[in-house]
Write a protein that binds this ligand. Structure first.
Ligand code: ATR
Length: 279
């Protein structure tokens, strides 16, 4: 019997995960089907119970449930518990166990596109302090010598993120205005908010006018493929990366966890690019 996997979120209609997951199953002869489930917040607990009852072996979790899902799972991996967010759930011995691969997927994509094995002593700006920023900040704690500034509209939230997060030696919380003023001091800038996402494509949380010569700018937004922030960064001479590789890697990591099969995420990226041309 085919396995059933899925993703829960709200809204979820535009999720590209079903497309790339089902294509990967077909290419790799994995006998499974992946479906997006639109869930109302009030129904989250019963949706999870229902998935267990009908034999779902794993599911992904997206906005706005990454934190809200935790109380309804049987167990949460320590890293995901620290990040207070879950993006993948697996059924293990009858228990739904939550994990978080967001930060790892982002970091792998970053290192690949920067063409480097590791980052050290870099000065990094994280824009935003929500779930995605949290996961990225925690993942970066494996590098001890980074200087990290966290800039957020609500500065208190960035303070909270700093308090919760990792073993970073040096983190400073700043406002978005300060980040804009200091932009030429950063080697890497990562944009983690939804500002600039389709359909508000002309917005950017900070205006890029003056970057360090070798700067690398990463935006986790993938629709549009080039956000306003990335456009400005490219015009200022930076190397840039959108969120497509991160999305493909998140899905590839989920498939690997559920089925033990490594799938080609480059192929997933090709399908994503193709699909986004028609949205
Ligand atoms: P996610 O889990 O996708 O990261 P989230 O937890 O809701 O989503 O976080 C959204 C992030 O986008 C936050 O950093 C938020 O800033 P606040 O903490 O000030 O709310 C940021 N954000 C969203 N809309 C924004 C806007 N219009 N201007 C500035 N920041 C915004």
């Amino acid at each position: 019997m085919s396995e059933l996997f899925g993703i829960i979120g709200n809204p979820i209609g535009h999720s590209l995960s079903p497309l790339i997951q089902n294509e990967a199953y077909e290419l790799n002869e994995i006998d499974a089907y992946f479906k997006a489930f639109h869930v109302e917040s009030k129904d989250l607990e019963s949706a999870i119970k229902g998935m267990k009852a009908i034999g779902v072996k794993g599911f992904m979790v997206t906005v706005p449930f990454k934190a809200k899902v935790i109380p309804f799972l049987d167990e949460v991996d320590p890293m995901a518990a620290k990040k207070k967010a879950v993006n993948v759930v697996q059924l293990i011995d009858g228990k739904f166990v939550g994990y978080n691969f967001d930060g790892e997927a982002w970091l792998k994509a970053l290192l690949e596109d920067m063409n480097t094995q590791s980052i050290d002593k870099e000065s990094i700006l994280i824009v935003g302090a929500g779930g995605a920023a949290q996961s990225i900040y925690h993942t970066l704690s494996q590098y001890e010598n980074l200087h990290i500034d966290i800039a957020n509209r609500t500065v208190v939230k960035a303070e909270e993120l700093k308090k919760l997060g990792g073993n970073h030696k040096q983190t400073t919380v700043i406002s978005l205005e300060e980040a804009e003023n200091k932009q030429n001091q950063y080697d890497i800038i990562v944009q983690t908010t939804s500002i600039g996402m389709w359909p508000e494509i002309n917005q950017s949380p900070i205006t890029i006018t003056n970057l360090k010569e070798s700067a690398f700018v990463s935006d986790i937004i993938y629709n549009p493929a080039e956000s306003e922030l990335l456009k400005q960064a490219r015009k200022n001479g930076a190397r840039t990366q959108n969120g497509m590789k991160m999305l493909a890697l998140q899905n590839a990591l989920a498939i690997e966890m559920w089925t033990g099969r490594k799938v080609d995420y480059e192929k997933m990226m090709k399908s994503l690019k193709e699909a986004l041309r028609f949205i």
